[in-house]
Design a protein around this ligand. Sequence first.
Ligand code: ADP
Ligand code: MG
Ligand code: ZN
Length: 479
Amino acid sequence: MRDYEVVIGLEVHAQLKTESKIFCSCSTRFGQDPNTNVCPVCTGMPGSLPVLNARAVEYAVKMALAVGCRVNRKSLFARKNYFYPDLPMGYQISQYDQPLAEHGWVEIPTEAGPKRIGITRIHMENDAGKLLHTDGTWSQVDLNRAGTPLIEIVSEPDMRSAAEAVEYLKALRSILVYLDICDGNMEEGSFRCDANVSIRPRGSTTFGTRTELKNMNSFRNVERAILYEVRRQVELVEDGEAVVQETRLFDAVKGVTRSMRGKEEAHDYRYFPDPDLVPLVLTEGQIAAWQAALPELPAQRRARFMDALGLSAADAEVLTAEKAVADYFEAALGHGVDPKKIANWVMGDLLRELNDRGVDISACRLSPAHFAQLVGLVEAGSINASQARTVFREAFDSGEEPKAVVERLGLMQVSDDAAVETWVREVLQAHPAEVQRLRAGEKKLMGFLVGQVMRRSGGKANPAKVNACITRWVGEEGA
Ligand code: ADP
Ligand code: MG
Ligand code: ZN
């Protein structure tokens, strides 16, 4: 493996969050009865004429601007001809030699520091329908999705590992979600990617033959598919065989890629300009207006978190990756608690809880203000960190105010000196041998004794006070 370099280029399809389809006024709503959101245009009836959705153009241009592409003042729609049952027109309306935008880039974090991944082009096209293989006998066609607007984002072959490919995908997805133009859901297919993978001897300046991987519906599966494919190609080359240019499907159950078909070339599609659509012409004023209307993007937010809140680059990266998490974090600020403390709780307990439950932040019913209250309770020493975790898990589901949960569960941390001293005295008297050994210098017994006191207090004692109290007692009695 060390003798080879991995080369990866990605083609990403993002469904745009418009109300209606790209060339007709049918709804794009997900989960409707099959073939209810259809009309003569999106079912490819002869004589019907497509009309371009202006909102889809706005969204596509905003993405192009957000990744620094040059937006072409004039672009063309072309027919990409092929047959498949989910494509009633017999061609996809896409863009070919004059795409919407070209020459952009995004920055990804790598172990060696930030790295730029080039974006070759972004073009607009329509989605196909869906085939439902309901039983072994029949396949059914649902055209509700046919005509949903897509942008295809084609990268340069700039990635050198599966991890870089995943970082690139995360960066793109994050920008799309910040722009509010795509919901970024990989499982539901509104954010999909094909991975082009090749290997070459380290030091070589020409590219090896690539295969194109499809059918990965999560970041994890993109990584698995690429890792498998790289291993497969290395083994082929080591055995003196050649990599065949082809399209391969990832099988998530078996964790392998399988040949689907020989790779088609552009000329196989007989691209030609769609005679039903006029060229898409954008004015300087229109592009400038969309540029001015761009919201704050992940990289800008990261920089702001670092400058204004003093967060590290790594922390700012984690906090801004998901827009909804960053929004939650910002809403929790400004309740009199140190931003870094809130940041640590968001990155620690909040993200861990979301991850463990496999949900996104919309599932958390604890409001940002109450989240800040919880962190404040820990800071004030009213509850300790492990109690706070309990309160957090309760309030995550119930939305109850943390103070109320603390009271209901009787969790208030006891910092009262007399109470702490009583527990400490009882424990020390019950463990004279351990106290002797601690006095003799066996420091690790401190942890044992603190643990015993915490237990006796039902977890409520303030651990710092317990520690100080034991130290004092042991010292005094020994003197
Ligand atoms: P197609 O549409 O036929 O798949 P493109 O020329 O548009 O072909 O390239 C698709 C993707 O393949 C691009 O993201 C590009 O970076 C990537 N790519 C091209 N050559 C290689 C290669 N040798 N190894 C890995 N990726 C490659
Ligand atoms: Mg391709
Ligand atoms: Zn329609």
